[in-house]
Write a protein that binds this ligand. Structure first.
Ligand code: ATP
Ligand code: MG
Length: 368
């Protein structure tokens, strides 16, 4: 087993720069979820560990070994990519055994051991009844398990999973997540799992690295990212719904720091006022969880006027997305208020537990 380390990685494609000094560590035996929007560089980072893409500069280490320049097969990794990339002309058993028969391992495994390993990994992934089937006769979920089994069969030092469950239906996806996690708990292989699904990352990762435009926005444990987002981007990405991000302005009123938002003034707790006083500028973004905003039917002191953008029902709750100014706010209500798109409603906002970010940099004020 071994940790995976990126040190000061630079990578451009033609004139477009993707990584400019990216560093990231996935410690030994940890399960790291790489989370970020499409195009932020997740797959490229995995390809760099795997040796399928070379960085322009910077180091990649697996354990204490620098692997730059080593061919993929010499890196002792298990890879399961999004499109499975199985060999259609081979059976399930043939696909599983493939890495053991690779030229680099020629002669290392006797036929009996190959058979034994195929059986073991197939049992682990519950595909032992399918060993003689051609892979193109399998369902998507079964193919996904074969891909995972093939990644695991040679006891790799590290496991790289790129969107390993994305194409499965909701139920299978749920099952596979549980299975992969269980497998990791049992075997402990250091794993990087790429996803753009924040719920998946929260459910599976020991650590989550949130990526944006080729940069790591934040690396931390799931709850840390949820409770202490380092940037507005992370706050707007994590949680279901994520925090609502509202542009606001700091001002002074009777010697106290207050927040002005959409024409209303909101007072700050002592702790938040202390953060606000450290702000590099008056322009801030306020991060609000749904429990901090309440719908009120009539305009009342301190309530802000908003417009219903969308509404839906989840169980007994109504979930509303409201717009005011250029921002959107997620709100939940159990009351029987009837609203429809375009209606004007009022929101009472409590800043208790709110997060404050500098508007220009997006960084959390507590972190400046
Ligand atoms: N071989 C390549 N040549 C040119 N540009 C590339 C190449 N590979 C990746 N890119 C660019 O690098 C950026 C990152 O791509 P990457 O595939 O790593 O994103 P991703 O985070 O995996 O996205 P997704 O969630 O859509 O899979 C994209 O803008 C992509 O167009
Ligand atoms: Mg990708």
């Amino acid at each position: 087993m071994a940790g995976i380390y990126f040190r000061d990685i630079y990578k451009s494609f033609g004139t477009s720069r993707l990584f400019e000094g990216l560093s990231l560590a996935c410690p030994d035996r940890k399960y790291l979820c790489l989370l970020g929007p499409s195009g932020c560089g997740k797959t490229t980072l995995m390809r760099i560990v795997a040796g399928l893409t070379e960085p322009d500069s910077g180091e990649v280490l697996i354990g204490d070994k620098r692997v730059n320049g080593l061919p993929p097969a010499s890196r002792n990794i298990g890879l399961a990519f999004q499109n499975y990339a199985l060999y259609p002309h081979l059976s399930v058993a043939g696909n599983l055994a493939f890495p053991l028969r690779a030229p680099i391992r020629r002669g290392r495994y006797r036929q009996a051991e190959i058979e034994e390993r195929v059986k073991r990994v197939a049992a682990l992934l519950r595909i032992d009844q399918l060993l003689h089937r051609r892979v193109n006769q399998l369902s998507g979920g079964q193919q996904q398990r074969v891909a995972l089994g093939r990644a695991l069969i040679h006891d790799p030092g590290v496991l790289l999973l790129d969107e390993p469950v994305t194409h499965l239906d909701a139920r299978l996806r749920y099952e596979m997540r549980a299975e992969i996690k269980l497998l990791h708990d049992r075997i402990g292989t250091t794993t990087i799992h790429v996803t753009h699904d924040q719920q998946e990352a929260l459910a599976m990762g020991d650590l989550i690295a949130v990526m944006r435009n080729g940069r790591i926005e934040q690396l931390g444990a799931p709850l840390e990212l949820y409770h202490e987002p380092a940037t507005a981007f992370v706050a707007g990405f994590i949680g279901d719904p994520p925090m609502s991000l509202v542009h606001a302005r700091l001002a002074q009123e009777n010697g106290n720091t207050i927040v002005q938002v959409a024409g209303s003034s909101l007072s700050l707790s002592e702790a938040l006022a202390a953060q606000a006083n450290m702000a590099p500028s008056r322009e801030i973004i306020v991060g609000l969880r749904p429990k901090q905003v309440a719908l009120v039917e009539r305009p009342e002191a301190g309530a802000v006027a908003t417009t219903v953008y969308s509404h839906g029902r989840v169980g007994r709750e109504q979930q509303l997305v409201l717009t005011f100014g250029r921002d959107e706010v997620h709100c939940r209500t159990s009351s029987a208020i009837h609203v429809t798109t375009g209606d004007k409603v009022w929101l009472s906002i409590s800043l208790d537990g709110a997060k404050l970010f500098d508007a220009a940099s997006g960084r959390a004020l507590a972190h400046t």
